[in-house]
Design a protein around this ligand. Structure first.
Ligand code: GLY
Ligand code: MN
Ligand code: MN
Length: 353
């Protein structure tokens, strides 16, 4: 079944006769348009793509199956013209601004508007073969960049320089850019789960956490590795081994039919039993695809069940304020029997001197 057919099936379930899409990754998923600024309007029979002068030729080339409509700056005005008949119209309530919602209401005075933020992201959660191949490539680009950056790290370098080198290798290998603002966090900063690369210099006696990824043909990768600079003390080794054990157990627990909550609990228990439960304050993982963070998640609340074809991260961490922290993150593909680990970079503690 095509993506549009699956979309219409979902629209039928929700009993809507049209759906408005402005989130770029949802638009790309359904239409193939990679240009970013377009609005899709999907009805039970037709599919429209609205965009302006800057993107019109690109849209005609990339999206042959949609009716392309050239708009001015304001897509919502044209939308109102084609949507006059609609009675129940869904939209991405998590993405449409208050201002744009006002325009939707004015443009569709006859219709009931329904916030259905997860309609397309639900379809996107199970990846098809082509998406899986692209994601494998995005992961490989990040894996290779990691192998390369390890050869270039020098004591005294700034975290920012390490982030730049990672990006350089990934772009050389075909990435269009990084999949988020990279985290390069050393020493006490490694206790900041989202410590983006700073001008801090790296020193001996510190952990160095690198969390980065590539965008390849629109698809994201996401990997974290933590290395030690110089000679680790017993506590450094212990914390690292606890995170690694939790990460391995989390991966072993990924299987179709399990909820995100169940998988999270397996890894979390290992960290709690080791006495570090208070230092693991985030979820175990999230799905990845056209966006860096997608559903379903692995966390203490996620009731959704894993299905073959989902691609999800497993990324436990321990973060001890004013001391340091460790996170290890792989991407895995849920298979019929368990999962296939996409990330190949080594995970045993690497010591750089
Ligand atoms: N890069 C943020 C995360 O791992 O989710
Ligand atoms: Mn990450
Ligand atoms: Mn992640």
């Amino acid at each position: 079944m095509s993506r549009l057919e699956r979309m219409r099936q979902q629209m039928h379930v929700e009993n809507i006769d049209a759906y408005v899409i402005i989130r770029p990754e949802n638009g790309r998923y359904l239409s193939g348009f990679s240009g970013g600024e377009a609005t899709l309007y999907i009805t039970t029979e037709k599919a429209f793509l609205l965009t302006d002068f800057r993107y019109i030729e690109q849209a005609k080339g990339e999206v042959p199956k949609f009716e392309i409509i050239k708009t001015g700056q304001d897509h919502f005005e044209s939308l109102a013209e084609i949507g006059r008949q609609a009675q129940r119209v869904g939209f991405e309530g998590d993405f449409v601004t208050y201002e744009n919602f006002g325009k939707l209401k004015n443009g569709f005075p006859q219709a009931e508007l329904l916030s259905l933020p997860n309609l397309v992201s639900y379809l996107r959660s199970v990846k098809d073969q082509a998406e899986i191949e692209t994601l494998r490539q995005a992961v490989k680009i990040a894996d290779d960049a990691y192998a390369n950056v390890l050869q270039t790290i020098e004591i005294g370098q700034k975290e920012e320089e390490i982030g730049l080198v990672l990006e350089y290798y990934m772009r050389r290998a075909g990435a269009s850019g990084g999949s988020f603002e990279f985290i390069v966090a050393s020493g006490v900063r490694s206790a900041l789960p989202h410590g983006t690369a700073s001008s801090k210099k790296i020193h001996l006696g510190e952990f160095l956490t690198m969390d980065f990824g590539a965008i390849y043909q629109g698809y994201c990768s996401d990997i974290t590795r933590t290395v030690f600079l110089g000679q680790p003390q017993d506590k450094h080794r212990e914390v690292y081994e606890v995170v690694l054990a939790a990460q391995r157990a989390g991966i072993a627990a990924v299987a179709p039919g399990r909820t995100g909550k169940e998988v999270d609990a397996v890894a979390r228990k290992i960290i709690e039993d080791a006495g570090y439960g208070d230092y693991f304050g985030h979820g175990l993982g999230h799905s990845v695809g056209l966006a860096i963070h997608e559903g379903p998640n692995l966390n203490t609340r996620e009731e959704r069940v894993l299905e073959p074809g989902m691609v999800i991260t497993v990324e436990p961490g321990i973060y001890i304020p004013n001391w340091g922290g460790v996170r290890i993150e792989d991407m895995v593909l849920v298979t019929e029997n368990g999962c296939d680990v996409l990330t190949q970079a080594p995970k045993e503690l690497i010591i750089l001197e």
